[in-house]
Design a binder for this molecule. Structure first.
Ligand code: SF4
Ligand code: SF4
Length: 389
C-alpha cells in the first residue's frame, strides 16, 4: 500500500562543509523540535555522499515534516534516499552557491534551485537583492519564490560554532515562508526555552518580520551551462571502493599542471585569489604553498591560478610577501573561471585597472583561528600599475 504523503513538507539546507556544518545541523534539527512541539511528525538527515566533508564542499541536510504520517511511515519515506528530488523550501547559507554546486565530486555542477517546486521557496542569507541572485538561477518552467534575510555567510571551523544568531534568524524566516512547518509563536517559544536569551528571541522575530520575498517567473534565470550530473544506480557501482589513479604526466603549465581532472573543486569557493602580475616578484611561494596545486607556472615565470581547481582557501594570499599582490575577492564579483593571465599579457595596464575595480576597497583576511571571523581592512588607494620591462 502506498503512503499518503500529501501533507509532507521537505526542507533542504545547503551549507559549506566544515565551516557551516554545526550551523546547518542546528537549523535542520531545531526545525524538527519545533514541529514536534506542534504535535507534528518530523525527521532530519544529511546527504550521505558529503562525508567525509572537506572545507567548503557544498553539502545539504534535510528535514521532513508531516501532520498525518506516523514516525515509522515518515522514516520509511524519507530515510532511505541518499538525496531528495524536490523540496517545498530550500535554504542557502552561503549565497555564492548560487553559481552552482558540485556535491557529487566529478559528476557535475548542479543549479542551486534544482529542487524547489512550483509555488515553493528558496531562502538565502545574503546582503544581495533577490533580483541579483535569481538572475543566476537555472530557468524553470514554473513560478516560485525567492526570499532573503540580510547577512553575510556565517563561517566557523570544525571545533567552533559562530553564534551570530544566523540559526535562529533562519528559523524565524522559515515560520514566515512556510507556516505549515511551524508558526512563529512555536519558534519563539522554542528559542526562548532552548537559549534563555531575549536577544535570540528578538533576532528570530525580526527575521520573521523583515524577510524579503519576490516571485521568480518562468522567464527569469539562465539556460544552465553545465551538463546535468547523471549518478550511477546502485547496480552500476563497482565492487569495493575504487579510487581512480591520476594519469601520470610531467608538464608544469601553462595550463598543463598534472592534476586529477576528475576532481575539480571550483564550487567549494566563497572567495577567490586575484593576482597583480605587474607587482609579482616571481618568488614561487604561492605556487609551492597551494594545497590544491591550483597554480600554473607561465612561460614568463609568473604563477596563474586555475579557478577550476582553486578551493579559495586563501593560503596563497597569506604567504605572498608583496603587499596587495594576491587579494581574496568575493566569488560573486566574478562570473567566469577563465584565466586572467592572457588578458594581462595583452594589455597589462587595463588588466590592472579592471581587477582593481573588481577588488574594490575592502580586503577580507581570514583569521588564523577559525570561528573568529574575518579581518576587514580598507585600502584607500590601490597600488599604481608598475610597468614590467
Ligand atoms: S586560494 Fe590560493 S592556495 Fe588556496 S586553493 Fe586557491 S590558489 Fe591554492
Ligand atoms: S607569492 Fe606573490 S610574489 Fe610570490 S610568486 Fe606568488 S604572486 Fe608572485
Amino acid at each position: 500500500m502506498s503512503l499518503d504523503t500529501n501533507d509532507l513538507i521537505r526542507l533542504e539546507v545547503n551549507y559549506r562543509g566544515i565551516f557551516q556544518k554545526t550551523l546547518a545541523k542546528h537549523i535542520s534539527t531545531d526545525v524538527v523540535y519545533v514541529a514536534h512541539s506542534e504535535g507534528k511528525t518530523a525527521f532530519s538527515n544529511g546527504r550521505y555522499s558529503d562525508d567525509p566533508q572537506r572545507n567548503g564542499v557544498p553539502c545539504a541536510n534535510f528535514a521532513y515534516i508531516s501532520k498525518s504520517l506516523s514516525e515509522e511511515d515518515l522514516e520509511a519515506e524519507a530515510s532511505a534516499a541518499m538525496d531528495i528530488k524536490e523540496a517545498e523550501l530550500v535554504i542557502v547559507l552561503d549565497d555564492t552557491m548560487v553559481k552552482g554546486l558540485e556535491p557529487w565530486g566529478h559528476y557535475g555542477i548542479r543549479p542551486i534551485n534544482e529542487k524547489v517546486i512550483s509555488g515553493g521557496t528558496i531562502l538565502f542569507v545574503s546582503s544581495r537583492t533577490p533580483a541579483e541572485l535569481s538572475k543566476l538561477f537555472e530557468r524553470k518552467s514554473f513560478s516560485y519564490r525567492i526570499a532573503t534575510i540580510r547577512g553575510e555567510a556565517s563561517f566557523s571551523g570544525l571545533w567552533y560554532f559562530r553564534d551570530d544568531m544566523t540559526d535562529v534568524r533562519v528559523l524565524g524566516a522559515i515560520a514566515k515562508l512556510n507556516p505549515g512547518i511551524a508558526s512563529i509563536e512555536s519558534v519563539l517559544s522554542y528559542v526562548k526555552s532552548k537559549y534563555k536569551s531575549d536577544q535570540k528571541v528578538e533576532a528570530a522575530r525580526t527575521a520573521f518580520e523583515e524577510v524579503t520575498v519576490a516571485e521568480v517567473t518562468p522567464e527569469e534565470g539562465i539556460v544552465w551551462p553545465y551538463p546535468k550530473p547523471v549518478l550511477p544506480g546502485w547496480k552500476e557501482f563497482e565492487e569495493g571502493t575504487v579510487v581512480r589513479a591520476v594519469k601520470r604526466g610531467f608538464s608544469l603549465g601553462p595550463r598543463g599542471q598534472n592534476r586529477n581532472t576528475d576532481f575539480k573543486r571550483g564550487t567549494n569557493r566563497t572567495q577567490r585569489p586575484v593576482v597583480r602580475f605587474d607587482i609579482c616578484t616571481k618568488c614561487t611561494l604561492c605556487w609551492a604553498s597551494c594545497p590544491d596545486e591550483a597554480f600554473d607556472p607561465t612561460k614568463e615565470g609568473y604563477y596563474d591560478v586555475n579557478y577550476e581547481y582553486c578551493t579559495g582557501c586563501g593560503r596563497c594570499a597569506d604567504v605572498c610577501p608583496v603587499d596587495d599582490c594576491i587579494v581574496m575577492v568575493n566569488e560573486m564579483n566574478l562570473t567566469s573561471n577563465e584565466s586572467f593571465y592572457n588578458q594581462y599579457l595583452k594589455n597589462p595596464s587595463s588588466y590592472v585597472e579592471e581587477i582593481e575595480s573588481i577588488k574594490g576597497k575592502e580586503r577580507t583576511i581570514p583569521e588564523h583561528i577559525t570561528g573568529k571571523g574575518n579581518i576587514v581592512k580598507r585600502v584607500e588607494k590601490p597600488k599604481a600599475f608598475k610597468e614590467v620591462r
